[in-house]
Design a protein around this ligand. Structure first.
Ligand code: TYD
Ligand code: MG
Length: 452
């Protein structure tokens, strides 16, 4: 008689497992996130004494036999190749995550078609749309190739079988939340379905030397719907983020077993699909009006510098508690910067609403954005605009000091390229005369925003 799979409970937020259900996850503190999880029989533990000894091989020996080398499938979309570290590695498992409607299916279809026409057979499996719908979109985007097959299926077992028989170069699974395997009885999209399906598909792909791209939707909070543990099962995790109603979409690797995670690709959604943006700074600044509350921040997107406009609006609070909202910037960080401004400079913001907007759907997460945001608030509060040909970058400490930031030379180069006359930043050891040195927030405000 077949042994029944062991049942355990897994937190969908952090992936911690428990033998009993509880209302609160002890590990991450989230409520009602524990769901039933059946371990598949395929992953049961081996008994001791059953294994055989593994061979010791040095790195040199391995690279000599060619085992360590992996060929890459070039997508010929240079930003995607850069983010992946040179293309999709053969037999690798790649997860692309993003909010619904951000453009995952579109980007993956472009990648699939490109690989089909250069490397060989590609199978696009859609569990969300019919084959006709997908084919219609592909032909509208001008992406047709005899090597590109499209099927509609939600059965993990069927897909795994197809991978083993057909041995395509690449298989796309859109999306993993719609896949289900017969061995697991829980509902489609549940933790056990998602992890077991990924497991089965991964095994089939590794066995036949097929690369996999798995699409995964994320929840509003930005975590992968389904367990965090999906990230551990795959080789590469890419994130496609941005504003779904316009603006740039940014592709980033958050995990990459075959390359760095420092590159980022910048795309724009057009009627011809996602198009790479070659000069993002220029298009981000194209509609800029130099008014108070507008500051140009020399940001880094991966290893690439990009100039972003940060806007602030400061209004007297009408009633009660002052409002603070931020789009494209962390709200906690905004509160911290407001506190620093109030305490370390003469600016009193206690009775003022503050709104921050980062133009173009860009999300700023690096600490180097602090100075630009603080200056935008000060500029808006005082009604004085900064010189139009000055860009800003710097991190702020709690005592209002401006701290060093990385990649200062790249930022300077981008600022120069776009015709600015200077960069207000901490010197960071760079001797460039282009840098207007900033040491403390108070001194910066006195120099640039004092009424004449
Ligand atoms: P889609 O790739 O289906 O998003 P996801 O798979 O991440 O859910 O597409 C997202 C949106 O992009 C869709 O609502 C319509 C728009 N779009 C275009 O503007 N141009 C195009 O060429 C395509 C294919 C989609
Ligand atoms: Mg889709």
């Amino acid at each position: 008689m077949a042994k029944r799979p062991a049942v355990k409970f897994v937190c969908t937020e952090c992936g911690e497992d428990y033998s009993k259900w509880t209302g609160k996850c002890e590990n991450c503190g989230a409520w009602s996130t524990l769901v039933e999880f059946k371990e598949s029989l395929a992953s049961k533990n081996p008994k001791s004494g059953q294994g055989s000894e593994l061979k010791f091989k040095s790195i040199k020996e391995i690279s000599k036999t060619g085992d360590g080398k992996s060929t890459r499938l070039k997508t010929n979309i240079s930003d995607v190749d850069d983010v992946l570290g040179g293309g999709i590695v053969e037999a690798s498992v790649n997860l692309i995550a993003g909010e619904p409607g951000i453009g995952k299916s579109t980007l993956i279809m472009q990648i699939a078609a490109s690989i089909a026409s250069s490397a060989g057979q590609v199978l696009y499996v859609s569990g969300e749309e019919s084959a006709e719908q997908v084919a219609h979109r592909a032909s509208r985007l001008g992406l047709a190739s005899d090597n590109l097959g499209i099927v509609s299926s939600t059965s993990t077992d069927d897909i795994a079988e197809t991978i083993l028989k057909l041995k395509p170069k690449l298989v796309v699974i859109d999306s993993i939340q719609t896949m289900a395997c017969s061995e697991v009885s829980s509902a489609t999209g549940s933790v056990s379905q998602v992890t077991n399906s990924t497991h089965i598909l991964t095994q089939a792909a590794k066995a036949s030397g097929t690369a996999l791209i798995i699409v995964g939707h994320v929840t509003k909070e930005g975590s992968l719907a389904g367990p965090k543990m999906l990230e551990h099962l795959v080789d590469v995790v890419l994130n496609l983020e941005g504003d779904r109603y316009g603006g740039f979409k940014i592709l980033r690797a958050i995990k990459n077993r075959y390359g760095s995670t420092s590159e980022a690709g910048i795309f724009n959604m057009t009627e011809k699909g996602l198009q790479q943006v070659d000069n993002p700074s220029q298009s981000l600044l194209a509609e800029r009006q130099v008014t108070d509350g507008s500051i140009v921040f020399a940001a880094m997107e991966g290893t690439r510098p990009i100039l972003v406009e940060v806007q602030a609006l400061v209004n007297k609070t009408n009633f009660g508690y002052p409002k603070r909202t931020a789009s494209g910037f962390d709200l906690n960080r905004l509160n911290l910067l407001t506190a620093v401004l109030t305490r370390r400079t003469k600016l009193d913001l206690n009775d003022y609403d503050i709104y921050i907007n980062v133009v173009g759907g860009i999300k700023l997460s690096e600490p180097a954005a602090d100075l630009a945001v603080a200056m935008a608030i000060a500029s808006a509060a005082k009604g004085i605009s900064l010189k139009k040909d000055l860009a800003v970058a710097g991190e702020l400490g709690l005592s209002g000091e401006v701290r060093r930031i990385p990649h200062i030379d790249k930022r300077v180069a981008e600022v120069k390229k776009l015709g600015f006359k200077g960069l207000l930043a901490p010197s960071s050891g760079s001797k460039s005369a282009f840098i207007q040195e900033a040491t403390s927030l108070r001194e910066v405000l006195n120099t640039w925003f004092s009424a004449k």
